[in-house]
Ligand binder design. Structure first.
Ligand code: MEV
Length: 330
């Protein structure tokens, strides 16, 4: 449902959206298997105000430590790769609302590391769609935001399943299946998950593209994997509902192994996963597209979390102590 109020066109309006981690099923979700993902309390915030030029303008304040070395080399602060999806998100929203006035300035503030598999692009695009709509006096419902986000996500990723923007839009823990099946998973106690950034950032588009290609040339192998991941994601939902961390940990371990088998892990990620398990994680896996980015480790309690964090820091990882976001975009 969409609600309208008289336009407050001179005011600054804002929206924020969480980042995300994928607990099971990344990559395979693009090929049709279900994934389980969780919104986390790292946020992007978008401010929208009228632009002087009468055109869509986009600026971003992205702390440099969140941008990979490759991005720093190839870009300045107004990197088109980073800003173009937000321009597309604003444009798609104005088109959807049939708004003739294109004069919006979109200013992005993002505390989610870029290219690390934590949903920076989905979070910023979802928050942009929400904020641009608000600037016209309209509140879009979540389903509309989710759908519109395919336009910038297609540009950026080529083959997005939709799981990233679904998680950043709805918040909480969801089970997602293409094209748009989104089931909220209610849990009494969210899993204690520690995120560790390998510091190697990479392109989701290239990684997903290579997996999609390989799934065509190795159809039988992928079919078997898809069947296993489908069972695995369903078992993850059960383990979350039952608060069964032992089962959840071993499902995460198996999921990492399948991601390794399809070639999206790296020696660096395998090393971090091994270090997490050695220092007490109940399970650990890469999260997101792979090739670099982050791993997640399931911790039994605070004591285990500190010991795992110390172990991963020794390996040169950066720790994010995240918790579950329940709000989604707002
Ligand atoms: C990226 O966070 C998740 C992938 O499965 C891509 C997608 O589902 O769009 C790798």
């Amino acid at each position: 449902m969409r609600s309208s109020s008289p336009s407050t066109s001179l005011a600054i309006v804002s929206s924020r959206a969480p980042g995300k981690i994928i607990v099971s099923g990344e990559q395979f979700v693009v090929l049709g298997a279900p994934a389980v993902a969780m919104a986390v309390n790292l946020y992007s915030k978008i401010d929208v105000r009228p632009s002087q030029s009468g055109q869509i303008e986009v600026t971003a304040d992205i702390p440099l430590h969140l941008v990979s070395d490759a991005d720093k080399r190839s870009s300045s602060a107004d990197n088109q790769e980073l800003l173009e999806p937000l321009r597309l998100a604003a444009s798609a929203t104005l088109n959807h609302l049939a708004t003739k006035d294109r004069g919006v300035l979109v200013d992005a503030n993002c505390e989610i590391p870029i290219g690390a598999g934590l949903g920076s692009s989905a979070s910023t695009t979802v928050a942009t769609i929400s904020a641009v709509a608000k600037s016209t006096g309209t509140r879009l419902d979540r389903r509309e935001i989710f759908k519109l986000a395919f336009i910038p996500e297609n540009f950026l990723h080529g083959h997005p399943s939709g799981v990233d923007q679904a998680t950043c839009t709805y918040g909480g823990i969801i089970q997602f299946r293409k094209p748009s099946k989104i089931n909220a998973i209610k849990v009494k106690r969210p899993p204690m998950i520690l995120v560790c950034d390998s510091g190697v950032h990479r392109s989701t588009k290239a990684l997903v593209g290579s997996v999609v290609k390989r799934s065509r040339t190795q159809a039988d192998k992928f079919q078997t994997h898809l069947e296993e991941i489908t069972r695995l994601s369903n078992a993850v939902v059960k383990a979350l509902r039952d608060e069964d961390d032992i089962a959840l940990g071993s499902l995460m371990n198996r999921n990492h192994e399948l991601l390794r088998q399809i070639g999206v892990s790296t020696p660096r990620l395998d090393g971090l996963v091994a270090a997490a398990r050695k220092t007490g994680a109940l399970g650990a896996k890469l999260t997101g597209a792979g090739g670099g980015g982050c791993i997640i480790a399931l911790c039994a309690d605070n004591k285990a979390r500190s010991s795992i964090a110390r172990g991963l820091r020794r390996e040169g990882g950066t720790i994010y102590n995240v918790s579950l976001d329940l709000q989604g975009v707002q």
